[in-house]
Write a protein that binds this ligand. Structure first.
Ligand SMILES: *[C@@H]1O[C@H](CO)[C@@H](O)[C@H](O)[C@H]1NC(C)=O
Ligand SMILES: [Cu+2]
Length: 151
């Protein structure tokens, strides 16, 4: 009986810690990806976790999306050979933790928008999980107890 309760507790703890739903994060919210938004302020209010996706919505041709490193982010410069995303509905999976940088590579949008932001992607569950409190134990009414007295 004790071991069964233990297994149930372990199973519940696992469901709490493991697969928290991955988020689909709309860059800029309803504004999407365009000029005149403070994307860094937007990003600073959001928690990014491994498994989440970034969605850049914009009119194709007006903007693009380039993932750059910290140096090129500061300079608003895309490296030679960078392959910008240009579909107008660009989805980026945040597959690894760490610092990530994104800019728009069209004209001077990176400086002028400023269409640029940096994020830090966290490992899911990397933060200390809440203590496993004992869940309210359901009434054993539904559990027919096998009447087998140990003599
Ligand atoms: C960023 O990429 C550029 C090439 O575009 C490279 O010259 C630079 O050293 C890189 N910086 C870092 C911090 O990796
Ligand atoms: Cu742009």
């Amino acid at each position: 009986m004790a071991s069964k309760a233990f297994l149930i507790a372990v199973a519940m703890a696992a469901t709490i810690v493991a697969p928290t739903m991955a988020k689909e994060i709309l860059v800029g919210g309803e504004d999407g990806w365009r000029l005149g938004i403070n994307y860094q302020a937007w990003a600073d209010g959001i928690e990014f976790d491994v498994g989440d996706t970034l969605v850049f919505n914009y009119v194709a041709g007006n903007h693009n999306v380039i993932k750059v490193n910290g140096t090129d982010f500061q300079r608003c410069a895309a490296p030679l050979g960078a392959a910008p995303l240009i579909s107008g509905h660009d989805v980026i999976l945040l597959a690894t933790p760490g610092r990530k940088w994104y800019i728009c590579g069209v004209a001077n949008h990176c400086q002028a928008g400023p269409m640029k932001f940096a994020i830090t992607v966290q490992v899911q569950g990397g933060r200390s999980p809440p203590p496993a409190s004992a869940p309210g134990s359901p009434s054993p009414a539904s559990a027919p107890s096998p009447a087998s007295p140990c003599s």
